[in-house]
Structures are given as structure tokens and as C-alpha cells.
Design a binder for this molecule. Sequence first.
Ligand code: FEO
Ligand code: CA
Ligand code: CA
Length: 636
Amino acid sequence: MVDEDEGVSGSTEVSIGELIEQRLSRRGVLFGLAGTAAATALGGGVAQAQKSGPSSFTFTEVPHVNDPTHHVPDDYEVQILIRWGDPVLPGAAAYDPTKQSGAVQALQFGYNNDFLGLHPLPLPGPGGGSTTGDRFLMVVNHEYTNSNLMLAGIGEGREARLRADQPQAEIEMAAHGGAVIEIAREGRRWKVVDGSRYARRIDATTPMRIAGPAAGDARMKTSADPTGTKVLGMFNNCAGGETPWGTWLTCEENFYFYFAGDGARHPDQVLAKRYGLGRTVSYAWGKYFDRFNFDKEPNEPNRFGWIVEIDPYDPQGTPVKRTALGRFAHEGCHHAVAKDGRVVCYMGDDSRMEYVYKFVTAKPWNPDDRAANRDLLDEGTLYVARFDDGGKVVWLPLLHGQAPLTAENGFASQADVVINARRAGDLLKATPMDRPEDIEPNRVNGRVYVALSNNSSRKPEQVDAANPRAKNDHGHIVEITPKDGDHAATEGTWEILIAGGQPGKHEGANYHPATSADGWLTCPDNVAFDSKGRLWIATDSAEQAGIADGLYACDVTGEGRALTRQFFAAPKGAEVCGPIFTPDDRTLFLAIQHPGEGKGSTFETPSTRWPDFKDGAPPRPAVIVITKKDGGPIGS
Ligand code: FEO
Ligand code: CA
Ligand code: CA
């Protein structure tokens, strides 16, 4: 996304003493490469182009390109599963770009598909469930709209959204949120099941419940909801996750773009400043709906920026905002199960100089009684991470009443802590990171992978071992090893797995030295693992380095550790989102988001018409299916 992630951190003031200490200890900066490979890479060695070598992957690499279509290795195939505007609900109109309205869009697949989750059918449980892996509920986030590519005659860029009339605003609101679709495999192909009783669209107007410590708090009350427990809709849902009991966790990221108003006049200046209210307004919704104007409804923004739990198996169920997990620009929410059965959710706040978090439930989850887990996410401990220069990570609890999160510092309750989680993190001296995106535990090796996208605003005096580059244009990936292999542990160790950019060209770029000229990447965003625990990395914003966004495969153990290889290249303007494998590794789904985004690209003159390539038709975000032509596992 081109206009996301403005940094508003209040966390970057460091004393001179701290600076000197950091600089000294930085000399021992850790890189997660083994032996001589690390030495070569750190010495600035240029990666040698080679197609074979120590990698466990056998596919032929896709070259770095930047053109109107997608690319996979020759022996792989791409199928389009569903596109923006395709029917989802009964009675939905077929896609017709000249006949969009809010009501039409509300029944169709939304825009800018991001997170993808797979929930097996039938529902797994003590009584059995799907074992074939041939039928799933796919859950999909619809993050934002490129309105200028959706609609004719409205011009370019963000301004096209700010000039919206009410019908355009209604289309945008209905194109946000998420979708549930039922999908089934026939041979190597997948289809969307028509008329599924599970099909669902969720958008910026869907009624939701607010639960957890902030529910009912004074700062959650509005004129439409004096209880502070009911809210309409979700938006800017970026990445996500799922719970062990099969619900979907969808993450509200850059919610502040949707609220108009004068930030300097907001009644709560501490909160307004820390979340950048009014700094970047990208939509005109506030002109037509008072709740999107915080001059009129100052508390409405407090009801966004949460993790939303949705049960895809219950199409009538009310989505729930789980406030115990904190309020910030939530990127994703992947879980692991601690040794004692408690559930641990890893989360990133994707803005410059923001933090990495985890939430640990108070109680273990119950695998034998799905209903018993219904409100498990309402009780537990939210932690924020401090990455020490010596390679240790410490998880600091964000608990009201425990210094410094006390009334004297403005935290009168746990509601105050979760609503202003960013400031709570500041006071605990968490480590400001280079835009924490997806954070995902690897079920094979028990480690946790943190994608850090980039951070153009980090100054030289602000670098630390975990964020070792000033003006970090290319991002990096941090690997965390929880202490004693327990995700509930409040300590662990960390190291950098790879540092993005082109070796030999971009300072600090760092991979296994056998990484080829096509294997380097920039701006890691979403990550996934295949069943062997190998890491797949999707990127967002690679065009700034002259290449398309892509998907890269990377071993995390053995001789090929930190050797990235390009598997997929996206069409022009698109980022790659939502990578997810079927349990047999024979299908890879990707969400191709915002094809054709970029300067000068409009409905009339888009930079690509992917995936339909139909004259006069705009590009359409779409979910794609990648299989190997011989039916074998992806990547092999
Ligand atoms: Fe919406 Fe952080 O990517
Ligand atoms: Ca993302
Ligand atoms: Ca992104």
C-alpha cells in the first residue's frame, strides 16, 4: 500500500547515555547466518548468481521483472479463484464496472484481498472432521480500496477517494471488510461453491460486539452506542490469523485514515497524538456519516484498531472485537499453543517505530468443547517486546496497576491500557521497530518470524541491533526463539535471518551468499510456512527497488538457511498477500492486492488490466491458486 504506515511514535526519545551504550553494543550485532557465510555476507560480499546449491527447493527461479502479468516457474500453473466484484451472496449481480453501487458491492467479493485463511469442512472436532483437505471455508480480508481503479472518471490516487460523492463512499464501505467463501478441490483445480450456506460478506457497516477490558468504557461510548459495546463494521483489515478452535482473527490496521476531523482539537490530546488522528485522512466517509468525523463523534476512532474474531462456521454470528489484545495498527495475529495449553497470539503494530506484541490467554484452550473457548480471548496478558542488543528478547506485561501503568501516568484501568497500548509500550521502553508486519510461529522448529517491512524515518542515532539500518528501505526478518521452547515464556533470544535489498547495491543487504541475482527481496510483509516448516515471504513495495513484488522461498534450517529464491512475481502495481498452503502442500493460495496501483494509473489508463486483460476493464484484485503441473508439492 503506497500511503500506509505513517509513523507517529512517541517512543523514540533516547538519552545520550543510552545512545552511546547502544552504539557500543551494536558492534556485536547479530546476524543469523552460519559461520563463513555470515562473515562473507557481513563483509559486503556480493551474492553469486547460481541456480542450484544448498537450497532444499528445486523449482526454477522466476527472474526479477516488473510487468503487467504474474510469473511462476514453468512447471507451475496459476488459476484465478475469485476476483473483486464476483458474486458471493445469493442474488449478487455479475460484475459490471458501470453498474456498481453500495448495495451491489455488498453482495460481491470485496476489494484488495489481503489475509487468507483456510478452515476445513466439515468442522474438525472430537467427532472427526475433514481429513481430505479438499473442502474449506476460505476467509479473506478486504483491506482498502483503490477507488480510482474501481470507478470510471474519478482521476488518480488518494485524492480520488477524498473527492468521493456519497454513492462512491458507499461502494468503498461495502468493498472493505472481509468475506467467507466455500471452496472445493476437483483434481488440481479449485472452485468457489455456489450457494454455500456459509457464504458471507462483512463490511464497514456490519454490526459487531465489543468485548474485553475496553467494552463499556466511557471512551468507547458514542451517541449511537451509549453502552460502548456495539459498533458498526471493520475496515483496513490487513493480515490475520486463526484460533485453535477454528475462528478467524482479522486485524484492523490503518483505521485512522478513515476519520476526518481536527486532531489538534480532539478532547483527548494524548490519545489523538499517539494515534495520529487527523494526520492522514484518505477517505471522504466523514462528509456523509457523522461517525467518521471525530469533531462530531470523538470516541468513534477508539472503536477501531482491534483484533476482530469471527466464526466462519456460524454465518449469522456476530463478529467480536477482542479488546484485551490491544489497540494499534494491527497487521496480523498468528497463534501458537504454550506448553500448558494457553494460546499465544503474536501481533505487530505496522507503523514506523512501533512495537511487537503478544497476548497470552489466562486459561488453556479446550480441544474437547469448542463453545468453552468462545470468550477465551477476553482474559489474559498483553505483552510488548524489548529486543536487547545482546540478542535477548524480553516480553513486558501491559498490566494496569503495575508501574508505570498507573493512574498517575494516565492509566486508571486496563481499558486505558488497551485503548492506548502504544503509550503503554512507550512507558515500558519497548523497542521501536521497522514496521512490524506479519509475525508467525513456525510449527516445525518452534521459532517465531517477524517481518519488518521498512522504515524510511529511522535516523542514524536511532539504530539498534534489532533494527540495524538507518533509513531502512528494504526491511528484514527477525527470528525469535522462545525460552525453553515455550511461547508463554517472557524471555527468549533473537537474531536477524535476512536483511532485504540487493546485495552489493543496498547497504546491509544480507542473505546466504549463494542467493542468486533473482533471489534477493525487499520489503517483507506476509510470511507463511509449508508443512516442512520452510519459510515463504511475500513482499509489498518492491517497485521502489525496480522489481515487482513477489513470493520468495527460504530454508530456515540446514545448509540453505537464509537462502531466498523467487517463486512468484506479481503483476505491476500489486503486492502479494495471504500466502497459505493446503495441508498437503499441493496448492498454494495467494491474494494479489492492488494490481495497477501507482502514479498515473487510473480506471481509464491502468498500468495493467490483470487478470482479465479485457479492453476497457480495470485491473481486479484476485485470489489465485498455484499448483504444480505434475500435482506434486509446491516448491518440492
Ligand atoms: Fe497492510 Fe502492513 O500491510
Ligand atoms: Ca500487510
Ligand atoms: Ca502491506
